[in-house]
Design a binder for this molecule. Structure first.
Ligand code: NAD
Ligand code: AHE
Ligand code: ZN
Length: 375
């Protein structure tokens, strides 16, 4: 069938809107009509050429919501008409990783997903007979897409696509990093570096967990007000400081008898490796946990003095907030529908597919939190 898509033709070039061909679903695959998709910084990361796994030409997009149109042989968990959120971290419930109960990183189809292919090693998308790569197993920058059954979370039908698409990445990543990865307890002190589409969700996750002190760090001064809308208690712009950032943050967290200072939990939501170091080193001696969420460019490496870890700080990372998508995503949709978490104010811009490059421009300019493409 013919579908409308935004094609990443090569690194650093704007997406090209075109009609491309999409084959129907094969066994254990599902054809989905995409109704809405967010634009995440990771789409920009891959489009920029910084992603070591980046492939071109490809149809990017991994933060969508839509409706099942057709299912392939053997599909049992969804049927035409079901509302779904595509999962870049699938949940097969059978692979060693899923069975371990220690990680959400299902390995059932990771190898082919990283090659921009469906699990049978082929692509469903093509243009003039030449294959186009899938992206993160989702390719939501097309009005129809094909996914493996294990990469779809079935959600309630009254949830609005234009809002819950954000649960496909940003919301789940931010809130999940707090709840699943860090395990933040009530009364904790936390620092969030980078208050964008992910960092604001970390902040609302911290509020949900009952954190007492939530410090936000961002170079963009407009992010102070943004953070405060979701529970930020203090804001620091490193550009306004005369001295070093880490001692300044450690000082802020000193309280009463605890004159060592440092946050119980810190989160990197920038993808900048020197920020990751600051995040680790501003966590508390003896027990601080620092969670890396941001993705860093090809070749980048993190560094710190081993002494930072010897003295009890823990460096962790998280993908998709540690969430098991088919199990957890429908619950997060319920949290949104029940008013436990906010999404609407973070969706600052919407646009038709035709204008998707404007969404990337707004991100570069620091003007959007989330842009959502409506089909
Ligand atoms: P965004 O562009 O919306 O926000 C980034 C924020 O970081 C901006 O507010 C920016 O001003 C701030 N920032 C940049 N450099 C900074 C610095 N040196 N110090 C302080 N603040 C700085 O991006 P986003 O969508 O929120 O994504 C954030 C990161 O998380 C990206 O690297 C993205 O690829 C990654 N990500 C990871 C996962 C995961 O599963 N691990 C999921 C989604 C996104
Ligand atoms: N391909 C990159 C890494 C990109 C990355 O870390 N992706 C995250 C999701 S970011 C969503 O916005 C992820 O889930 N990683 C785990 C996985 O299996 O891909 C690189 O550096 O190679
Ligand atoms: Zn994302």
């Amino acid at each position: 069938m013919d579908v409308r898509a935004a094609i990443a033709t090569e690194a650093g070039k704007p997406l090209e809107i075109a009609t491309v061909q999409l084959e129907g679903p094969r066994a254990f695959e599902v054809l989905v009509e995409t109704k809405a998709t967010g634009i995440c910084h990771t789409d920009e990361f891959t489009l920029s050429g910084a992603d070591p796994e980046g492939l071109f030409p490809a149809i990017l997009g991994h933060e969508g919501a839509g409706v099942v149109v057709e299912v392939g042989d053997g599909v049992t968990s969804v049927k035409p008409g079901d509302h779904v959120i595509p999962l870049y971290t699938p949940e097969c419930r059978q692979c060693p990783s899923c069975l371990s109960r220690k990680t959400n990183l299902c390995t059932a189809i990771r190898a082919t997903q990283g090659q921009g292919l469906m699990p049978d090693g082929t692509s469903r998308f093509s243009l003039d007979g030449k294959p186009l790569h899938h992206y993160m197993g989702c390719s939501t920058f097309a009005n129809f897409t094909v996914l493996p059954e294990i990469a779809l979370a079935k959600i309630r039908e009254d949830a609005p696509f234009d809002k819950v698409c954000y649960i496909g990445c940003g919301v789940t990543t931010g809130i999940g990093a707090v709840i699943n990865t860090a395990g933040v307890e009530a009364g904790a002190k936390a620092i969030v570096f980078g208050l964008g589409g992910i960092g604001l969700n970390v902040i609302q996750g911290l509020r949900l967990a009952g954190a007492d002190m939530i410090i936000g760090v961002d170079l963009n001064p407009t992010k102070k007000e943004w953070g405060e809308r979701f529970g930020l208690t203090h804001f620091v712009n490193p550009a306004d400081l005369e001295g070093e950032l880490v001692p300044y943050l450690v000082d802020m967290t000193k309280k009463g008898a605890d004159q060592i200072g440092g946050a119980d939990y810190t989160f990197d939501c920038t993808g900048n490796v020197s920020v990751m170091r600051d995040a680790l080193e501003s966590s508390h001696r003896g027990w601080g946990v620092s969670v890396i969420i941001g993705v860093a460019p090809s070749g980048a490496e993190i560094a710190t003095r081993p002494f930072q870890l010897v003295t009890g700080r823990v460096w962790k990372g998280t993908a998709f907030g540690g969430a098991r998508g088919r199990t957890d995503v429908p619950k997060i949709v319920d949290w949104y529908m029940d008013g436990k978490i906010e999404i609407d104010p973070m969706i600052t811009h919407t646009m038709p597919l035709q204008d998707i490059n404007t969404g990337f421009d707004l991100m570069h300019a620091g003007e959007s939190i989330r842009s959502v493409v409506l089909y």
